[in-house]
Ligand binder design. Structure first.
Ligand code: MG
Ligand code: MG
Length: 628
């Protein structure tokens, strides 16, 4: 199955688009006419450039407002088409897309449209060109692929076929299974796009909010399954109009497109076994977090380790050959790396104190690494000492590394062999506060990176995405996307407004990274009391919050008073209850959260985020001089 993408989907000049598309791995491109017109290259030069990049031109598009016109517009439309056929011959492509007319003078009628197409088919045949007819969701008379198919069927011409576009079908909520009965060889081309579920004007939605399959809410997989079941075997091509991508980086957008398309094709092949089975190794199943490593410098280490220590962790060991301290509590392992070379060191130089590695327990590290590699994730080999394990890894958010391990990787050895045993498994009596595991990891990034990283996690791992939520910072909006990958929950927070806490964090850490780590406890009240005794720098929440909380949830006054005394925030929904508290942030902005989930509460306390952020802003004070 050939992969293709429309030039309009990728930002940049024509040569930049082409280079990015070829580098990403696509087989072909659709030439969006405007992209061609905007370049100053001749059609022959463009065709040559495309072929030299190792790509083929799968489609020339769009030709608008053709069918159903009265004279003299009709003759003009035919003359215009003839000119484009010449251009296509020079470019070296044989397939043209005609989208259903929005011309105010266009007349309806299936027979009129099919007669026009049949006549154009004769003209096209003489030029060796085929025509695909596409129903735009907002077409004047034709806005449903079933009507477009009926027009193509009645045109009954070998050079006239159907073009399907997942957006136009799914945006109009047309059942994609209606495609199954269309003969596959009459479908000339298939375009794919997803979009977030927003209720808005179809044209505006399509031109500005399309996104890569898997990034939105449309059933693009169901659509693609229907197309394949119909017997279509031509290219699958991404046609994405998206304001954010237009302002993005060509290589990133093209690579995301390829990742999304390959993931989709793999998903479809897995569910339609007649297509020959899976294309990629299966998605990884995350069982849990084995360790989180912080990269820091000798001078910045003290405040970080003070926070870790105050949270009840004990120093469980030191690395035998590297400057790495191992802190442990419950099933949580934190590493503090102050090496002066390697990944951790460059991470510290680039980001300040930050999470440089996250090791995940997965079902089969080699398989998951292979899938990630096939989807373009950048592999990362650790520089290893003699006793260290060969653990596969690849780059994640902000250049940090995700390591993949399982019991067979010899994780036990990792701790036994690589670390001194001096203080291992000897937490000082009563020091632990009951942390059990990592509840979630919050990564903060620019808003326009969010779709990309959501796709990254969901393409590589089995993971569900919750609806995106807006969080009000006093100085702007932050958007939060939760991803539940079984043994790892991740929240991606995206900020545009420059004065939000999230943006300040991005600025202070020079890019995207982990902003907070949330640990789970089974009794947050006991934990909070122990934390106070350990001088844990609790984030103080205002009295107004608690007065409102008591009223909002009808809490017993004693309970509300206890929460207020311990700075515990609270949320509940139909599924259960949620308690959370925060540390103050370290100088670089990193902080800890401690949570207790009761019953089946599945969220992250989003309604509390504005209060947490306001409290953090009070604790940070006004911004004066840059920190670094
Ligand atoms: Mg289209
Ligand atoms: Mg959180």
């Amino acid at each position: 199955m050939k992969t293709s993408i429309a030039t309009v989907s990728v930002p940049g000049s024509f040569p930049e688009k082409l280079a990015a598309i070829a580098k990403a791995g696509f087989d072909g491109i659709e030439i969006f006419e405007q992209d061609f017109l905007a370049s100053d290259l001749s059609p022959r030069a463009v065709g040559k450039m495309v072929r030299e990049a190792g790509l083929e031109i799968t489609l020339f598009q769009p030709f608008r407002d053709f069918e159903g016109l009265p004279e003299p517009e009709r003759s003009r439309a035919f003359a215009r088409a003839a000119r484009k056929f010449e251009l296509m011959n020079e470019l070296g492509t044989d397939l043209m897309l005609i989208c259903s007319s929005v011309h105010p003078k266009a007349l309806g009628g299936v027979d009129r449209a099919s007669a026009d197409l049949a006549e154009l088919g004769d003209l096209a045949a003489r030029r060796g060109i085929r025509i695909g007819f596409e129903a735009l969701a907002w077409g004047r008379h034709v806005f449903d692929h079933r009507d477009a198919w009926e027009i193509v069927r009645r045109a009954d011409h070998p050079n006239i076929g159907l073009i399907l576009d997942s957006f136009h079908t799914l945006a109009r909520k047309i059942d994609p299974d209606t495609i199954r009965s269309i003969p596959g060889d009459r479908i000339f081309f298939v375009q794919l796009a997803d979009a977030p579920a927003i209720d808005m004007d179809l044209l505006y939605w399509s031109r500005h909010f399309r996104n890569m399959p898997g990034e939105g809410d449309l059933d693009v997989a169901g659509f693609t399954r229907a197309v394949m079941a119909a017997g279509y075997r031509g290219p699958l091509s991404l046609e994405i109009f998206n304001d954010q991508f237009r302002g993005g980086i060509p290589n990133t957008v093209a690579a995301d497109g390829y990742r999304s398309l390959k993931t989709l094709i793999d998903d479809v092949r897995r569910t339609e076994p007649s297509l020959g089975g899976a294309l990629l190794p299966a998605r990884g199943e995350i069982k849990g977090v084995e360790f989180i490593e912080f990269a820091t410098g000798e001078a910045d280490r003290a405040p970080l380790e003070a926070l870790i220590n105050a949270a009840g962790f004990h120093l469980a060991g030191k690395h035998r050959s590297k400057r790495v301290n191992w802190w442990r509590q419950g099933a949580v392992n934190l590493l503090v790396n102050t090496e002066t070379e390697g990944l951790a060191f460059s991470s510290w130089l680039n980001h300040g104190t930050a999470v440089s590695e996250i090791a995940l327990r997965v079902d089969d590290p080699a398989r998951v690494a292979s899938r990630a590699g096939s989807l373009g994730a950048q592999q990362h080999k650790a520089a290893r000492g003699p006793s260290e394990l060969d653990i596969p890894g690849f780059r994640g958010v902000g250049g940090s590394v995700l390591r993949l391990i399982d019991d067979a990787s010899g994780v036990a050895d990792l701790w036994e062999v690589d670390f001194t045993a001096a203080e291992r498994d000897k937490p000082a009596e009563g020091n632990e506060i009951g942390l059990q595991s990592v509840d979630h990891i919050a990564q903060t990034m620019a808003y326009d990176e969010m779709l990309s990283w959501t796709l990254f996690y969901r393409a590589i791992f089995r993971a569900n995405r919750a609806p995106m939520v807006d969080v009000a910072d006093p100085d702007g909006l932050v958007r939060s996307q939760a991803i539940d990958a079984g043994g790892l929950r991740i929240t991606l927070n995206g900020a545009d407004a420059p004065r939000t806490v999230a943006s300040r964090f991005i600025e202070d850490t020079f890019g995207s990274s982990v902003q907070h780590i949330a640990f789970s406890v089974s009794d947050i009240f006991t934990a909070a009391e122990k934390l106070s005794a350990r001088n844990f720098p609790l984030l103080e929440i205002g009295d107004n919050y608690y007065a409102d909380l008591e009223a909002r949830f009808g809490l017993a006054p004693e309970l509300a008073a206890k929460m207020r005394a311990l700075n515990i925030l609270y949320d509940e929904d139909a599924e259960g209850r949620f308690y959370q508290l925060y540390s103050k942030a370290l100088p670089g902005g990193l902080f800890f959260e401690i949570v207790q989930r009761a019953e089946r509460y599945d969220g992250y306390g989003a309604p509390n985020a504005p209060f947490r952020i306001a409290a953090q802003k009070r604790a940070m004070g006004p911004r004066s001089v840059p920190r670094r």
